[in-house]
Design a protein around this ligand. Structure first.
Ligand SMILES: [Cu+2]
Length: 216
């Protein structure tokens, strides 16, 4: 009889904890609808439900020989009382591409979070935690890119997948691609910058993710 009583108490506790978890999960979902919630660890893996329109360029038939692939690696390391590390990076970080050829960014890893490929000035690549934070200041590279992808600041409307400044495709700072899990795990674009230039880019959501494209 005592055992049964104990079991009922356990069941009640589990029920209460369970409903709390549901409430917490719902709250998290609501809190994680903005593109930039990387500071909140609870949002990792929670922002893949954004409504996104289909990408018209995604269906283009592109020859593999003229396309280079960059992995968008998203791994997470958690050691209790020690580490929470977001191992997010572009691999390789540096590639050489002929003008007019394409680069395809492909998400690999267990976390389906959105990313951007945002061209910036080399000086805008954060090198310190302070600079990482400064990237989100009003008018700075990250906040400007996020505003361009989400111009009405409304998570219910689809983000702009391709932001273009100046000439078409990727050629100058401000050009930006949005890699949205709701659309697919990859996005590609032609490189139209002049030969003998280098394009620098970062993810405007996780700006420690950085890369360069050497245009040949
Ligand atoms: Cu990212």
């Amino acid at each position: 009889m005592r055992l049964r009583k104990w079991l009922i108490v356990v069941a009640l506790v589990v029920t209460v904890l369970g409903s709390n978890a549901v409430i917490a999960a719902t709250r998290n979902l609501n809190a994680c609808t903005r593109l930039v919630d990387y500071r909140n660890p609870e949002c990792i893996g929670q922002v893949d439900h954004l409504a996104v329109a289909a990408d018209p360029e995604a269906t283009q038939d592109v020859a593999a020989s003229t396309t280079k692939v960059v992995d968008v690696v998203t791994d997470i390391e958690f050691v209790p009382n020690e580490t929470l590390a977001l191992n997010f990076f572009f691999d390789p970080g540096s590639i050489s591409v002929q003008r007019g050829h394409r680069v395809r960014w492909v998400q690999v890893g267990p976390l389906e979070d959105p990313h951007t490929v945002t061209l910036v000035q080399q000086a805008d690549l954060p090198q310190t935690l302070e600079e990482l934070d400064a990237c989100f200041a009003e008018g700075a590279a990250c906040s400007a890119a996020l505003a361009a992808h989400d111009p009405d600041n409304d998570p219910q409307t689809p983000p702009v997948l391709r932001v273009n400044v100046g000439r078409p495709r990727l050629d100058q700072p401000g050009d930006s691609l949005f890699l949205a899990p709701a659309v697919g795990t990859q996005i590609s674009a032609a490189i139209t910058a002049p030969a003998d230039t280098t394009l620098y880019y970062l993810c405007a959501i996780h700006p420690w993710m950085q890369g360069e494209i050497i245009v040949q």
